[in-house]
Design a protein around this ligand. Structure first.
Ligand code: PLP
Length: 394
């Protein structure tokens, strides 16, 4: 009798996608569910980007592109890295992929040998640990606390390093906590890393523009880090292009060339129309997408205000992305409407069933005391959702 590989049997299903499926199921039963579980802007892709895609179709962009992306797209990415991050890359250091998720999978597959350890400050983005495991690496979670704004300290980093440590992966602004590492904080981490030259860094900057504090800093721009950092970015979040599936990296050329070789066997490169549209997106001044960032900022303030009116939610102030990550452990051990709440998964399920609001358990992000609430939803929906949550908890 045949069975599936150990690889897939050991992999967890994406918790965010599982929650979305459960919410869909309840909607099909006629329930009015407000979905705050997905990491997806509720805006449409801006018209000037859509027009570039239509133009590309009419210009007969229909053949395979170079595996690592069109040369003029790579030029646009190089200009963007210089403009926004003060990073200088050459074309052989850039690889365009089918979403930042594939960029991350490429990196894992080309960098990690079985048993290599990858440090993940927790909470981390839900897919990091499973992508690392696909490459037979070992995720090493470093729990951070809400008191420290969910950021890893240099002491915690130092303590997590072993002879097997190969990489550190983190996102800033962070999904799910919204935390943004300052220059001083990154410099302090870099100081530790400089003592351990074998460790490489993945700096996932996909929420770069959705930053309300201003001042996004790239790890590769910190002294001594350029040659050992892979900068990951993409257009899904800031440009409301999740379904277009374009992500990219800037990396030391030996790593970038390996990613190019890897995806040459797996995808042959990203969709050609989406690549053409991405040139237009990246060449536009950030002011063209500012209306979405301003809207997320307003909603962040609204959600923080409404959450502060509910007993039992402890929150930090997220400075970027579009999530809040409240600690709800005050409810553990309580019985609400006959349902015992033992952990964050119970709590998230309770909100789904009793408040008709879909959130995601923090367990999926490596923090079992929190839930993630996405505020990429209309003000009206957010107000209604928080009202229902408040009512379900009295
Ligand atoms: N990295 C982080 C931190 C994310 O939140 C996401 C999407 O949720 C991704 C990467 C993947 O983005 P993409 O749509 O480009 O694959």
């Amino acid at each position: 009798e045949q069975k599936l590989s150990e690889r897939i049997l050991n992999m967890s299903t994406s918790a965010t996608l599982a929650m979305a499926a459960k919410a869909r199921e309840l909607r099909a039963e006629g329930k009015d569910i407000i979905g705050l579980s997905l990491g997806e802007p509720d805006f449409n892709t801006p018209d000037f980007i859509k027009e570039a895609a239509i133009q590309a179709i009419n210009d007969n962009y229909n053949s395979y592109s170079p595996v690592d992306g069109y040369a003029d797209l790579k030029d646009a990415i190089i200009t963007k890295f210089k403009r926004d991050n003060n990073l200088t890359y050459k074309p052989d250091q850039i690889v365009v992929s089918t979403g930042a998720k594939q960029s991350l999978a490429n990196i894992a597959l080309v960098m990690i040998d079985p048993g290599d350890e990858v440090i993940l400050p927790a909470p981390y983005w839900v897919s990091y640990s499973d992508i690392v495991k696909i490459a037979e690496g070992v995720p090493v979670e470093v729990p951070t606390s809400i008191e420290n704004d969910f950021k890893m300290t240099p002491e915690q980093l130092e303590a997590a390093i072993t002879p097997k440590t190969k990489m550190l992966w983190y996102s800033s602004p962070c999904n799910p906590s919204g935390s943004v590492y300052s220059r001083e904080e990154l410099e302090a981490l870099a100081e530790v890393l400089r003592k351990h030259p074998q460790i490489y860094v993945v700096s996932d900057e996909i929420y770069e523009h959705i930053n309300f504090a201003g001042g996004h800093i790239s790890m590769a721009a910190i002294e001594g880090m350029y040659d050992r950092t892979v900068t990951v970015n993409g257009v899904s979040k800031a440009f409301a292009m999740t379904g277009w599936r374009i992500g990219y990296i800037g990396a030391p050329s030996w790593i970038a060339r390996a990613c190019n070789k890897m995806q040459g066997q797996i995808t042959s490169g990203a969709n050609c129309i989406a690549q053409r549209a991405t040139i237009t997106a990246l060449e536009a001044p950030v002011s063209k997408i500012q209306y979405m960032i301003d809207e997320f900022h307003k909603r962040r303030d609204l959600v923080l205000q409404l959450l502060s009116e509910i007993d039992g939610f402890q929150v930090n102030v997220p400075e970027g992305a579009f999530y809040v990550f409240p600690n709800i452990s005050a409810f553990f051990g309580k019985t609400l409407k006959g349902k015992k709440i033992e952990n964050a998964s119970d709590f998230s399920l309770y909100l789904l069933e009793e408040a008709n609001v879909a959130t995601v358990t923090g367990e999926a992000f490596g923090n079992p005391n929190c839930i993630r609430i996405s505020y990429a939803a209309s003000e009206e929906e957010l107000k209604e959702a928080l009202k229902r949550i408040k009512e379900a908890l009295v």
